[in-house]
Write a protein that binds this ligand. Structure first.
Ligand code: KG4
Ligand code: ZN
Length: 352
């Protein structure tokens, strides 16, 4: 089975062709990603209107390139998958409409993919992993721990009550005067910083449910900065090291609690799977390897280009759904919000 995947939910325009090989993980025939970072950098964050326009400008050429690179034409595909949310609605509409139009024109099945589900299933594209498994998703827009029990079957164990982990990296980067996005910059400078210099909080540490909170940590960073301003290069590096260490400690503590909860509610997970842009962070990757080693848990860390937003994960989620006979109508509407676990979301909003 061969599927084209289209991703436009945030600031990456992406298209990819993935093939399912029976009995093995998937094969990525092409994976084209066009980052809009340069367009947004001057504003210190993603500007939704600019993102939507940039998707329109590049998406058609990107899809052509993905098809050429894979050596296939639309007629050779078994389906077309488009990310239908959650995300910045203008951008989502661009990619979803393109996916529907191609499906209609080529008379192929259409799949509306949940972007979070695509992150959650990426490990099954790269590695042989069976359900259920523990998922840590840490990106610029989302931070959560979930039990992945099957395609479309997720139990949210915990999530952030305020900022996402990547968002915290980006905001701290901004406070330190670093270019957008802050995550990779903070990691680079942290390598030369003194991790013992500032005593920053580890929010939520020890709490019985594996939720996250990062806004208090960001405030602590801001207060430290205001105390020692003007900042030298050494101050910035030390702050990057201390902030990164606080985030990593918090995430590992939350993973420990989530694993305990998973074992109580579901049983032994087959693996721990990590996804989202923050999973590119080497300090976090090392800490996760240690944690999983100690917990006797197999760790699956997809390559960095599959942790950040990409089209291959959308195509793969399309393959997973089509393999189960799941496809969608062309009336499927773009969704700004679309939780992995609707029951957990409803409970949080006090409706269940
Ligand atoms: O998954 P992603 O590409 O986009 C979405 O948010 O969906 O994640 C981007 C986020 C940004 O906040 C970025 O700063 C963060 O991931 N990030 C990192 C690193 N690389 C990217 N955070 C920490 N360390 C990194 N090396
Ligand atoms: Zn994402």
């Amino acid at each position: 089975m061969r599927v084209l995947g289209i991703e436009t939910t945030c600031d990456e325009t992406a298209a990819a062709v993935v093939e399912a090989v029976p009995g093995r993980p998937g094969e990525i025939l092409s994976n084209e990603v066009m980052s809009q970072i340069a367009e947004h950098a001057a504003f210190g964050g993603v500007v939704p209107e600019i993102a939507a326009r940039a998707h329109i400008e590049t998406l058609d050429r990107l899809i052509e390139r993905a098809l050429d690179q894979a050596g296939v034409e639309l007629k050779d595909l078994d389906g077309i998958a488009g990310a239908a949310g959650p995300g910045l609605i203008g951008g989502v509409i661009v990619g979803l409409t393109m996916a529907k139009a191609l499906a209609l024109a080529a008379r192929k099945p259409f799949v509306a993919v949940n972007h979070l589900e695509a992150h959650a299933l990426t490990a099954r594209l790269t590695d042989e992993v069976t359900f259920p498994y523990l998922l840590l998703l840490a990106s610029g827009g989302h931070t959560q721990l979930a039990a992945v029990k099957g395609v479309g079957d997720y139990v949210e164990l915990g999530s952030t009550v305020d900022d996402a982990a990547g968002e915290a990296f980006d905001k701290v980067g901004k406070l330190l005067g670093l270019p957008y996005p802050g995550g990779p910059q903070v990691e680079k400078l942290a390598a030369g910083g003194n991790v013992a210099r500032f005593d920053l909080p580890r929010p939520m540490l020890g709490r019985p449910l594996p939720d996250f909170s990062f806004s208090g940590l960001k405030t602590a960073v801001r207060q430290e900065i205001e105390r020692i301003e003007p900042l030298t290069a050494a101050d910035i590096a030390d702050m990057c090291a201390c902030f990164q260490s606080a985030v990593v400690d918090t995430i590992i503590d939350r993973c420990r609690v989530a694993l305990r909860l998973f074992r109580e509610l579901i049983g032994q997970p087959g693996a721990m799977v990590v996804a989202g842009g923050v999973a590119a962070n080497q300090a976090l990757r090392r800490a996760l390897m240690r944690f999983c080693g100690e917990a006797g848990l197999r760790l699956i860390l997809p390559p960095i280009n599959l942790c950040t937003d990409n089209g291959a994960m959308i195509a793969w989620a399309g393959i997973e759904r089509l393999s189960l006979g799941l496809m969608d109508d062309l009336t499927f509407a773009a969704r700004a919000r679309w939780p992995l676990d609707a029951r957990a979301e409803a409970a949080r909003l006090g409706r269940a």
